[in-house]
Design a protein around this ligand. Structure first.
Ligand code: ADP
Ligand code: MG
Length: 357
C-alpha cells in the first residue's frame, strides 16, 4: 500500500516554476528522502503536502484519497521544522500534549498518550522538565514526539538536523531512523545533505531545479547514477569529460579532452558515438600501486605524482596529479602499505570499467 502519492505536482510562483511536474509514491511505513541543493523546491513540495500552499496543478493522495480539498489541520500529516518550534513556557509533557488539547481530547487520555510517546522516544522521565533543560538531541526527539502523538499517517521533516552541530547530527541520523522504525510511520525527510539521506532512507529522490532527477535506494543512486547531476551530487567522484567513441548496451568508451581512452558502464542508453559524455569514478574504486604490473587486470590505467595526502582516519585520501595536469582523488587503502607515500612520489592507478559510470 502507498501512504503518499504525488501525481504530476507543479507549483508556479508567477512565471517561476518552483516544482515542475513531480511524481512519486511512498510505501507505508518507509523512510523517503528528497535530496537536493538549496532552492531546488524541496520545502515547496512539503508545504503543498501539508496544505500550507495550493499546487498549481497535480494531485496529492494520502492512503488513496486526494487531500487537496482538506484544510491543513484536517490532513493526516504533520510537520517537523528545522527550528523545532517547541514552546519555551510549557514543560515537555505540555508541549507534547498541545495538539491533543487543541483537538479537545480528554485530560486522562492526553496524559496516557503523552506517557506512551515519551516511553517510545526513550525519555520516559522528562515530562516535567522545561524545554531549555534538554540537550539538542532530546529537543529533537520531543519535537518528533509532539507530532507522533497525533498519530499522523505521514510525518514530514524539513531539514530538522540543520541547526545541530556536526557530532550530534551524526548521532541523530541513526536516531531518526530508529524512531521511524519504532513508530512504524511513513517519514518524508528533506535535506541538502547527501550523507543524511544515504544513511536513513529506504528511497531517495534527487531533486534539481524543481524536478526529480532520479528516485532509488541509496545504493542505486551511488552505484548507478542516471545523470551527471546525481553522479556529482551523491558521493564524491572523479570526473573526466570526453566524447563517446563506442556505445554498447552495457559499456561505454570515451576519449577524454586530454586524449585518454576510458571505459565505463552505460546506464543511460541514449548516448551514441560522438556525443559528449562524462565518466565518473568513485575515489574508492581506484586501486593504486607502486608498480604498473599490479594493475594489469584493469581496462583503465594511468600514473601520476602525489600532490597531497589528506589524512581523515578511515576516509583518508590521496590527490594524484597526472602528466596532463588532471587531479585524481583516491581513497587511501587501509593496509598500511602506503604508509611511506609522500608528496611527489609517482604511483600507478587503475580501475575497472565496471566501476565507472
Ligand atoms: P528548498 O527548500 O529546496 O531550499 P524552496 O522550496 O524553499 O527550496 O524554494 C524553491 C524556489 O522557489 C526558490 O527559488 C524560492 O526562492 C522560490 N519560492 C519559494 N517560495 C516562494 C514564494 N512564496 N514566492 C516566490 N518564490 C518562492
Ligand atoms: Mg527548504
Amino acid at each position: 500500500p502507498q501512504d503518499l502519492e504525488i501525481q504530476n505536482l507543479t507549483k508556479k510562483f508567477d512565471a517561476f516554476t518552483a516544482v515542475d511536474d513531480v511524481s512519486f509514491s511512498v510505501p507505508a511505513g518507509s523512510f523517503f528522502s528528497i535530496l537536493g541543493p538549496s532552492g531546488c523546491g524541496k520545502t515547496t513540495i512539503m508545504r503543498m503536502v501539508a496544505g500550507f500552499i495550493d499546487p498549481t496543478s497535480g494531485d496529492i493522495r494520502i492512503k488513496g484519497r486526494s487531500v487537496l480539498d482538506t484544510p491543513p489541520n484536517k490532513r493526516p500529516v504533520n510537520m517537523v521544522f528545522q527550528h523545532l518550534a517547541l514552546f519555551p513556557m510549557m514543560n515537555i509533557a505540555e508541549n507534547i500534549g498541545y495538539g491533543l488539547r487543541r483537538k479537545g481530547v480528554a485530560k486522562d487520555e492526553i496524559t496516557r498518550k503523552v506517557g506512551e510517546v515519551l516511553e517510545r522516544i526513550g525519555l520516559p522521565d522528562i515530562g516535567q522538565r522545561k524545554v531549555d533543560e534538554l540537550s539538542g538531541g532530546q529537543k529533537q526527539r520531543v519535537a518528533i514526539a509532539r507530532c507522533m502523538v497525533l498519530e499522523p499517517d505521514v510525518l514530514l521533516l524539513d531539514e530538522p538536523l540543520g541547526a545541530l552541530d556536526l557530532k550530534l547530527r551524526e548521532h541523530m541520523k541513526v536516531e531518526l531512523k530508529t524512531l521511524q522504525a519504532a513508530f512504524d510511520t511513513t517519514f518524508v525527510y528533506i535535506t541538502h545533505d547527501q550523507s543524511e539521506a544515504l544513511v536513513m532512507s529506504d528511497q531517495i529522490a534527487v531533486m534539481n531545479h524543481g524536478r526529480f532527477e532520479q528516485v532509488g535506494t541509496g545504493q542505486e543512486l551511488y552505484y548507478r547514477p542516471q545523470s551527471a547531476f546525481v553522479a556529482g551530487f551523491v558521493g564524491d567522484s572523479n570526473r573526466w569529460r570526453g566524447k563517446v567513441t563506442r556505445a554498447k548496451a552495457g559499456q561505454l568508451q570515451i576519449i577524454t579532452e586530454a586524449g585518454l581512452t576510458m571505459t565505463g558502464n552505460n546506464h543511460r542508453r541514449d548516448l551514441s558515438v560522438g556525443d559528449a559524455a562524462d565518466i565518473y569514478v568513485r575515489p574508492e574504486a581506484i586501486r593504486i600501486s607502486r608498480s604498473a604490473d599490479d594493475l594489469a587486470q584493469f581496462e583503465n590505467k594511468m600514473s601520476g605524482t602525489v600532490a597531497s595526502l589528506l589524512f581523515n582516519g578511515a576516509a583518508s585520501r590521496l590527490i594524484l596529479k597526472t602528466e596532463s595536469g588532471e587531479e585524481i582523488e583516491v581513497t587511501l587503502p587501509q593496509s598500511g602499505e602506503f604508509a611511506g607515500v609522500g608528496r611527489g612520489d609517482t604511483l600507478h592507478f587503475g580501475w575497472s570499467g565496471e566501476q565507472a559510470n
